[in-house]
Design a protein around this ligand. Sequence first.
Ligand code: SAH
Length: 214
Amino acid sequence: MIDSYRHKGMRKQLVSELEQKGIKDKRVLEAIMNVPRHFFLDAVFTEQAYSNMAFQIGAGQTISHPYTVAFQTELLELKKGDKVLEIGTGSGFQTSILCEMGAKVFSIERQRELYLKANQIVPKLGYPAKLKFGDGYIGWPSFAPFDKIIVTCGAPYIPDELVSQLKPNGRLVIPIGAGKDQEMLLIVKEEDGSITKSQLGVFSFVPMLKETAK
Ligand code: SAH
């Protein structure tokens, strides 16, 4: 795998596109600049890897648009050392962005094929994320509570387990909707355990599936 000056140039272009679309967090933009997205894609997509597009990654799933990755990551308001749970490892790109920003990342994927692939590439890039093949609806109780939780598939509802695995002042970013489109929700758990929700626009994700694949 080669990360050439040309790839870096294309990434720079992508970063300015994301800035124009309203992404402000410099650390998010820096992480997009530093993580070679083409490493997470099939070689046939290398030329388009830095356009704001989603691509097939196998098992009927897609890597999220870079804008979506940047938007969700910005909403997390990450601090170095934050313990973050990701639901939907997929290609491992979002996982790597979180690691690049200094988070301690735990990520769950329900498609074994994708879990196995991500479990190769993420450590190869030097990111010490902890990955698991399993069902995101139940979260990861043995490592809970988390400072932040990010769901990268469209959930039909907010799983109670995820809210309960959030620390006080924690943030959960989750796209909600069972159809083609989802509403991006930011859920903040206040100090007293109460919840505030904000709606942040319409996105399109692959569905969060209920049963764990065999
Ligand atoms: N963050 C990924 C996005 C992949 S798409 C990336 O950067 O590439 C969403 C992923 O969620 C898919 O890989 C899909 O298999 C996974 N997924 C769907 N339902 C799930 C569930 N119940 N638990 C865990 N992962 C799930």
